[in-house]
Design a protein around this ligand. Sequence first.
Ligand code: ADP
Ligand code: MG
Length: 676
Amino acid sequence: MVEESRIRELKGIGEKTEKLFGKLGVCTAGDLLRYYPHRYDIYEEPVPVSELEEGRVMTVTGTLYGRVQVSGSQKRQITTAYVKELTGTLKVIWFNMPFLRNTLSGGGMITLRGRISAGRNGVVMEHPEVFYPSEKYEEKLHTLQPVYSLTAGLSNNAVSKAVRQVIDGLDLTRDTLPREIRLKYELAEYNYAVRGIHFPEDKEVFCHARDRLVFEEFLRFILSLRKLKENNQKLANEYIIEKKEETEELIRRLPFTLTDAQKRVWEEIAQNMSSDTVMSRLVQGDVGSGKTIVAVLALLNTALNGYQGALMAPTEVLARQHYESITRMFEKYDIPVKTVLLTGSMTTKEKRRAYDRIECGLAKIIVGTHALIQGQVFYDNLALVVTDEQHRFGVKQREAFAQKGGTPHVLAMSATPIPRTLAIILYGDLDISVIDELPANRLPVKNCVVGTEYRKTACHFMKQQIEEGRQCYIICPMVEESEHLEVENVTDYSRALKEEMGAQVRVECLHGRMSQAEKDDIMERFGQNEIQILVSTTVIEVGIDVPNASVIMIENSERFGLAQLHQLRGRVGRGKHQSYCIFMSSSKSKETRKRLEILNKTNDGFKIASEDLKLRGPGDLFGIRQSGLLDFKLGDVFQDARLLQQANEAADWLYSHENEYIQKMSDYERISSVII
Ligand code: ADP
Ligand code: MG
């Protein structure tokens, strides 16, 4: 077997299973090797009943106490048992497993592992795995079982078996990292790492294996950034763009004064665009710092120089929002610059019209989604591309534009609050401008961290805000299908909320399984205040600007990374109204409280990011999942900051030794798929 072998060659994989794997993007043995588990089940030491924590999966050993009862309807039978140990008695329930009454009739010691949830009289363990007699648990103790992302029809066991076959069948002895680097940073061998990431014997093996793979992922990323930078530096400026008086006039006429930071960044951009080399610049600024206007100045200035500028947004909703605010602004100040919109969901006729205007050069500013770089679009003289909260603008995109004409200037805008030390590494290919100041007229968002018992009060508060004309967001975490009742599911949640809020208040929900058109429709109506409460998973678009929204309530906030929570909070406090952010959490863990307290105390994204970094240690690996900021397969910019810095050092070393590893990187293009 080699990495390129089709998985069909594996035992137990026929045509049908091959198709299912295909849905997961797994076609070859190599794909399977890199199809890492997204989490692990850990079999930890049993804990006393008095120390059980709601919301967590925990293990208890005790004696069966009293009778095992079966109740409920034929469809949903509930089996109830009680387990007693020194510190208390625990109620345990199973769904549709009535046979347990017989199995457990002998009494005695039992070990149970399951999720703890709140019951009417104290906590309950729900649908646990049973180890009976109790000794059976010892075999599993401390082991980690891989949990893979699945698709209907494909079991975790099937994936796990296939992975095992591949690991046993492939020759994994060659090492992809240079030996010097591996020794210097005490990284595991490839062979060990691959085995250890899929089937770790314990946490230590897992951490060692993962570190090695994350390190390599970062290193490859950093090296390709450096390549990109080398390429960019060779690009001469084909479009010299001078600062125009009309742009300066717009600045003077705006209803607000630019902050000093905005002015400085605008100067940096203007300077760069009139210099000898083409611009590749990142504008980093916290949510609400006013990045859009800076981008608009650059676009307008480009248009006034006779060239075209494009603004690319990650979603249709955001693209439309930008288009409308730009056209409104130009109308208001009588600026005769033609702006057009181009998105995938426009009709063929509408698109045709836009294409024509772009090609003949009538359209000077083009706002859109990825449709901007598709085949049918031909630009007249595109000189600037701005990307907002967007996929990283990589080699591929630049090439796509280059094929449509010359080499445009690139300006990427991002609210991702990463500490400067990390930003320099992650955006190594770009020059960085920072807007480190918020407009002065902002009322800081008022925060609170509360337990679920506060939910009623919170609903009452939102009702009041809505009566005053405001709107609210409620965020629920994504729901994993395998997990039972423990997370507030968006649809159920909004149904219950509708009842609570009454007919006057319109509640709608938004989640990842909806089509783009459905999402756009909901966002559009929310923007028009036809919807007052939006219940959403985190698919809620970055960058969305509905200044009338004044409350955001985040359920199960312990499940999100701090940076993500900060992004979410940025949806409010964008207008003149006092805004509020309610972090709801049932977690009693000190660690969680500490993390949420950071958000409670400050609204400064950069400060939060650095605090986050300090708090996260390797111990957190199984807690909060990925920060969701950069789309690395394994690595997490925040959690693995140490590895990122080491990989950066290693890249320096490879360069100074002209190591062959760098040459091997030349066809590596993953960078184009990494999200800022
Ligand atoms: P972000 O940086 O998150 O993209 P936006 O550019 O959407 O922020 O700006 C948020 C809001 O602040 C917008 O409604 C914008 O008009 C306004 N704004 C931008 N700059 C200023 C300023 N200097 N003073 C006051 N309001 C501003
Ligand atoms: Mg924005």
